[in-house]
Design a protein. Structure first.
Length: 219
């Protein structure tokens, strides 16, 4: 019996981590389906503004369409208000955009990272229909089950039931957080066939946005 689906999962792992005065977005560059690799050099991240970066896992076609919609709406906002949208406002716009498509959703799992209005690192994690919350870190994709336990042990996410409330941002320095991300992706690439080839790391801080790459396993 023939089977057809409008969706596909093109694999890969994406991550975002919030620091005291920075945020880091990371994702591998492999794009695949099943046992076939389409490309080994595909970015899953999109810089929306000087203070905000989106990273997505899931279906490539929906990811590209979602990125296009967000860029268009951000450009309209800039023309109307003569300034870039804040990370908090972009987080709400992304939630609204995903929820609007809830009956035929974008098959994407997103994390939005950047600096809030106070200059503190922030990360927002989403499901496919726009439910979201501010987190200390977020992981999506085929390597999620491999990466999350490591981050849970190293970054110690704040428990929302603990009073007084604890800050979500990690106390690690920027260099320590980058090293942790590199180690987790190197480990995930050894165990997940859909994660590999190269790691793209994007750091957002008060000086701007910068990128670096690291090779991962290629088979």
């Amino acid at each position: 019996m023939a089977h057809w689906s409008p969706y596909d999962n093109n694999g890969g792992t994406s991550m975002a981590v919030a620091g005291v005065d920075f945020a880091i977005v990371a994702a591998d560059t492999r794009l695949s389906t099943g046992y076939s690799i389409y490309t080994r050099n595909h970015s899953k991240a999109l810089q929306i503004s000087d203070r905000c970066v989106l990273v997505s896992s899931g279906f490539q076609a929906d990811r590209r369409m979602l990125q296009k919609v967000l860029l268009q709406r951000h450009e309209v906002y800039q023309q109307q208000h003569n300034e870039e949208m804040s990370c908090e406002a972009m987080a709400q716009l992304l939630a609204n955009t995903l929820y609007y498509k809830r009956f035929f959703p974008y098959y994407t799992f997103n994390a939005l990272a950047g600096l809030d209005v106070n200059g503190v690192g922030c990360v927002y994690g989403y499901d496919a229909v726009g439910s979201h919350e501010r987190l200390g870190y977020a992981v999506h994709g085929t390597g999620q089950q491999l990466v999350v336990p490591v981050l849970d042990s190293q970054l110690k996410a704040a428990n929302p039931l603990v009073l007084p409330p604890q800050p979500l941002a990690t106390k690690l320095s920027q260099e320590e957080a980058v090293d942790l991300i590199k180690d987790t992706f190197a480990s995930a690439a050894e165990r997940d066939i859909y994660t590999g080839d190269a790691l793209e790391i994007i750091v957002i801080d008060k000086s701007g946005v910068r990128r670096e790459t690291m090779d991962l396993r290629k088979d």
